[in-house]
Design a protein around this ligand. Structure first.
Ligand SMILES: NC(=O)c1ccc[n+]([C@@H]2O[C@H](COP(=O)([O-])OP(=O)(O)OC[C@H]3O[C@@H](n4cnc5c(N)ncnc54)[C@H](OP(=O)(O)O)[C@@H]3O)[C@@H](O)[C@H]2O)c1
Length: 288
């Protein structure tokens, strides 16, 4: 697979999102392991996870533990694999998502993620979602301290607007390497953030790039041009979608979620799919 840069590191241009393997509808451990191994076999070297990817209250970090186990049990060279996790979002276990961006909490959460991932320093640690109760700069200050203490190698932010990206850049400097925001055919409002990432040399990781769990399968039904171009090329609409995202900017590294080996293999092949300027223009006009 071709690579793209995230901070000083090169990663396969399509990553893996871990969320479907740990929340509602998740597969059994065997299928989850097979999914991660299929991704790694296909050349994926960026895996996105979070402490909040779990189902019940007592299993915080379910996905981090699963990803760490799967990478450790993979037969290949795992030194190139970048595990990107997040802190600052919580799931109390009733289906809701809450936030805590206080610096003390983030440092505590990072410490727990370090333990679960079994590493001395987290490759990429992302502040999951701004907390309206805590000044954004304070939360980002915690990431700076974590970096300076050697607990994290690179810092990222998620669900941030352009002003927050600029604030994070001011505080973190080159420690900031990525922004993870929602972006898909259905959800285009992160266009200014994508453009700002390209300008600042940050990676842009579109989350729910296929429309999200439960909606990804229907992408071609909702957005006919994706299905039509997919039919012409003999590939899936999801693969066309990821190729379209990759073509938007060299800053983009999509992280499609998967809970089955065949879906992540199909997604990774998007890296080899070249769409024509006419096809890209038509897809640009679709959805939103
Ligand atoms: N920062 C944030 O706030 C935030 C929020 C949401 C998500 N995320 C991250 O972004 C990642 C991706 O988002 P997402 O998982 O919500 O949604 P998504 O990637 O849009 O969709 C995931 C679903 O797409 C299906 N899929 C994947 N590739 C496919 C293909 N080639 N053909 C057909 N179906 C395919 C998978 O099905 P199977 O399950 O059957 O394999 C999976 O359930 C997450 O896993 C998570 O790491 C971050």
């Amino acid at each position: 697979m071709r690579t793209r840069a995230i901070g000083g590191r090169q990663v396969g241009q399509v990553g893996l999102g871990g969320m479907p393997m740990s929340i509602e509808g998740r597969p059994d451990q065997g299928r989850a392991m097979a999914t991660v191994h299929a991704a790694l076999d296909a050349g994926v070297t960026l895996i996105d996870t979070a402490d909040a990817y779990h189902l019940k209250a007592g299993e915080v970090g379910h996905n981090e533990t699963l990803i760490a186990r799967a990478v450790a049990s993979w037969g290949g060279d795992s030194s190139a694999v970048l595990i990107a996790t997040k802190g600052g979002h919580l799931r109390p276990g009733d289906g809701s998502w809450t936030r805590n961006g206080s610096p003390d909490y983030l440092k505590q959460a990072c410490e727990a993620s370090l333990q679960r991932l079994g590493v001395a320093a987290i490759g990429l640690y992302q502040f999951h979602r701004p907390d309206p109760e805590v000044p954004f700069a304070d939360s980002i200050g915690a990431l700076k301290e974590l970096h300076d203490a050697g607990k994290i190698q690179m810092a990222g932010i998620s669900n941030a607007d352009p002003a927050q990206i600029r604030t994070a850049r001011e505080i973190l400097g080159d420690r900031l390497v990525s922004v993870q925001n929602q972006f898909s055919p259905a959800f285009r409002s992160s266009e200014p953030e994508l453009e700002l990432c390209a300008e600042l040399g940050l990676a842009f990781l579109p989350w729910s790039p296929l429309g999200g769990i439960g909606r990804a399968a229907g992408l071609g039904r909702r957005f006919a041009p994706f299905a039509r171009i997919a039919d012409q090329l003999g590939v899936s609409p999801q693969r066309v979608c990821l190729a379209w995202l990759l073509a938007r900017s060299p800053a983009v590294i999509p992280i499609p979620g998967a809970s089955r080996p065949e879906t992540i293999r199909d997604s990774v092949a998007a890296g080899e799919l070249e769409l024509t300027p006419e096809q890209l223009a038509e897809l640009d006009r679709t959805g939103g």
